[in-house]
Design a protein around this ligand. Structure first.
Ligand code: NDP
Length: 234
C-alpha cells in the first residue's frame, strides 16, 4: 500500500537515494530542500530543519498533498570537521542544531498524526562516527550519538502505539559530504573498512526501505550499521 513518506535533505546524496527507493516502491514521497528545488519526479517542500516554523509549514504542505506522514526519514545533516582546539562553541552547537535538534524537530512534528493513525515509522540517519567517535568530528559524533539516545527513547515512548523508531549508521558513502575529505584521510579510512571499498547511497537506501517495511515490523530501537565493517563492535 502506498505510504506518505518524508525524507529531510532528500534533494541530494543519501537522502535522494532513499527518496528514489521509496518512490520505486510506489510510495508518495516528499523531500525537503533549502531553496534549490526538488529533483525531477519528487515532491519538494522548502525546509531548513534548524527552523521549527519551517518544519511545521513543510509538514503541513506534505499533509495537504500526500496525507499524514507515515514514514519519516530524518536524514538532513552537516559536518564542520576540526580539532577540538579550533572548534569554537558555534561550530559545535551549529552541527548539533542541524543533525540532532533537527531530528528532534521533525520527529516532534511527525508524532501527533502518527499517534492518531496508531502507526508510523521513524528512521534516523546517524553515522559510524557517532558510535566509534572520530578525530576532528567531536561536534558531528556527539550529534550522531545523540540521535541514538533520542531514537531509543522515542522507541520506548511510542512502541505501544504501533510506531517504530530506528537508526541507520552509515560508514563511508560517496556523496558531496565525503568529497571534501583529503586523499590521505580517504586512504586511512579505506584501510579500516573490512570490505575495502566505500558505499554508494543506494546501499543505505535499501536498509532504510527495509526498516520502513512490513518485514521490519518487530524491529524498534535498533541501530543498523551500513558501514562495510568499519565500526564493528560499536
Ligand atoms: P550531503 O552533504 O550530500 O547532503 C546533505 C543533505 O542535508 C542535503 O540535502 C542538504 O540540503 C541537507 N541539509 C543540510 N543542512 C540542512 C538543514 N539545516 N535543513 C535542511 N536540510 C539540510 O550529505 P550525505 O547525503 O552524505 O548525508 C546524508 C546524511 O547521512 C547526513 O545526516 C550525514 O550526516 C549522514 N551520513 C553520511 C555519510 C557519508 O559518508 N556520506 C556517512 C554517515 C552518515 P541542501 O542541499 O539544501 O544543502
Amino acid at each position: 500500500m502506498s505510504r506518505s513518506v518524508l525524507v529531510t535533505g532528500g534533494n541530494r546524496g543519501i537522502g535522494l537515494a532513499i527518496a528514489r527507493a521509496f518512490a520505486k516502491e510506489g510510495d508518495r514521497v516528499a523531500v525537503t530542500h533549502r531553496g534549490g528545488g526538488a529533483p525531477d519526479g519528487l515532491f519538494g517542500v522548502r525546509c531548513d530543519v534548524t527552523d521549527a516554523a519551517a518544519v511545521d509549514r513543510a509538514f503541513t504542505e506534505v499533509e495537504q498533498r500526500h496525507g499524514p506522514v507515515e514514514v519519516l526519514v530524518a536524514n538532513a545533516g552537516v559536518t564542520a570537521d576540526m580539532l577540538l582546539m579550533r572548534m569554537d562553541e558555534a561550530a559545535f552547537t551549529g552541527v548539533l542544531d542541524t543533525n540532532l535538534t533537527g531530528a528532534f524537530r521533525v520527529a516532534r512534528r511527525a508524532v501527533g498524526p502518527m499517534l492518531r493513525m496508531r502507526r508510523g515509522r521513524m528512521i534516523f540517519i546517524s553515522s559510524v562516527s557517532g558510535l566509534s567517535g572520530a578525530a576532528g568530528q567531536a561536534n558531528y559524533a556527539a550529534a550522531k550519538a545523540g540521535m541514538v539516545g533520542l531514537a531509543r527513547s522515542l522507541a520506548r515512548e511510542l512502541g505501544s502505539r504501533g510506531i517504530t523508531v530506528n537508526v541507520v549508521a552509515p560508514g563511508y558513502v560517496r556523496t558531496d559530504m565525503t568529497d571534501s575529505l583529503t586523499e590521505q584521510r580517504r586512504a586511512e579510512v579505506l584501510g579500516q573498512i573490512a570490505l575495502r571499498r566505500t558505499a554508494v547511497p543506494e546501499e543505505v537506501a535499501g536498509v532504510v526501505v527495509f526498516l520502513a517495511g512490513e518485514a521490519a515490523s518487530y524491529i524498534t530501537g535498533a541501530v543498523v550499521p551500513v558501514d562495510g565493517g568499519l565500526g564493528m563492535g560499536h
